[in-house]
Design a protein around this ligand. Sequence first.
Ligand SMILES: Cc1cc2nc3c(=O)[nH]c(=O)nc-3n(C[C@H](O)[C@H](O)[C@H](O)COP(=O)(O)OP(=O)(O)OC[C@H]3O[C@@H](n4cnc5c(N)ncnc54)[C@H](O)[C@@H]3O)c2cc1C
Length: 484
Amino acid sequence: MLSPAFLSRLRRLLPPHCVLNEREDLLPFESDGLAAYRNTPDVVALPENEAQVAAILQLCHRHKVAVVARGAGTGLSAGALPVDGAVLLVLAKLNRIKAIDPLARTAVVEPGVRNLAISEAVAQHNLYYAPDPSSQIACSIGGNVAENSGGVHCLKYGLTVHNILRLRAWTIDGQLLEIGNESLDAPGYDLLALLTGSEGMLAVITEVTVKLLPRPERAQVVLAAFDDVAKAGAAVGNIIAAGVIPAGLEMMDRLAIQAAEAFVHAGYPLDCEALLLCEVDGINEEVSDDIFTVRKVLEASGAIEIRTAESEAQRLKFWAGRKAAFPAVGRLAPDYYCMDGTIPRGALPHVLKRISELSTEYGLAVANVFHAGDGNLHPLILFDANQPGELTKAESFGGKILELCVEVGGTITGEHGVGMEKIKQMCTQFATPELTRFHDVKAAFDPDTLLNPGKAVPELHRCAEWGAMHVHGAQLPHPELPRF
Ligand SMILES: Cc1cc2nc3c(=O)[nH]c(=O)nc-3n(C[C@H](O)[C@H](O)[C@H](O)COP(=O)(O)OP(=O)(O)OC[C@H]3O[C@@H](n4cnc5c(N)ncnc54)[C@H](O)[C@@H]3O)c2cc1C
């Protein structure tokens, strides 16, 4: 609980409409996109400029009050979940596009600017911002940086970290960090990369300089249907092996296809087990060559139906199904739990088969919708939170999927971050030496662990408690820690 004295100091820093602490005002902020995890914040601060952000951080630092940064709250790993006794620092009002430089192909934006708003603002210069999370109409660029977000286009154009140049960010004691620059190399440690994906644990981002790309001359998508999920999984690797780098390579399984078709009528074939959408872009001739190659590879990989979008309207229709797949699946059950793990592309057939076996074991249906080209899985586990025990069952099933990802050489997150959701699986992914270094980095920025405490990096004793700590050479790490 925050003291009345602290709250009145906070109110002195901001206009009255920028501090919320009435219950009905706080409820919209009790969760991010992972609504199964909820906690009503003690207070919400909505600064309108960078100076106010700095002042809030200084106040919190002085009074040893924790701070949870929040962008648009679309995160799927409870990264922006409020923490008891903390200020929820919402960056949504810092939403100005400060500069666009069409010659340098850059834009300088505040953290609350929506991802899609950047591409909309620079379209007049025939430019766009490449990373395109499916949540791009809503999610903020600050959140994208904090999560190192990806999307359909990231297979070819990279994640957020590959598409930003500079950041302005504030440490918990209110110091400004200006990091990154516009040249290819820079002296010093790469703090830009360190802050990207740091989930609000190291600093609060108040300005981002993004790279812009010229819109491709042509983009075309091929849709391929398969009678077997494993064949579709193998086709993904075959396309890349044939030398094509698609601008997007996405996959859906039967349940997802049927849900998407019923929702947006994208014209998908329904009598199949898996669909691949493969988009290529570039100059005209390059696209024609790639489409030819992709079709040949898909045929050889056993596709039962192949269609190439013949118009821009058809291309957008094919994508509409994929882009709406999450809400479409949301119509199939009262709740779903979206997982996010990454695996080597070659492991796709094995992992998909194993997920289907786990689905039978747990008695919970799964729809698979994912960035297949990146090996980034999004199994959506369907359940009903009103049925006692189903959420726990779904969480346990999800945990097994993440452990499977690690087992085949992948990772427990592709783009959604660790947050609160995957903190246990961090103990499976990393051993004590790596986790210790993560804590050292955190301490270098935030020795009092005031920024987003309890998220992303587990305490070592927690790993011991969960029985998930890596054992090296039969030596139990930290034998002095209590095991429960
Ligand atoms: C339907 C749907 C589809 C999605 N599809 C994708 C997808 O394709 N790819 C993908 O990568 N993600 C996807 N996501 C997840 C989510 O949209 C991304 O993680 C996004 O980057 C979160 O942005 P946000 O502004 O909502 O951040 P929030 O949810 O508000 O916060 C996310 C994290 O960032 C931190 N943070 C936010 N702003 C700042 C800041 N200014 N400074 C420091 N830390 C900050 C928070 O503390 C938190 O840890 C999807 C989500 C939904 C609901």
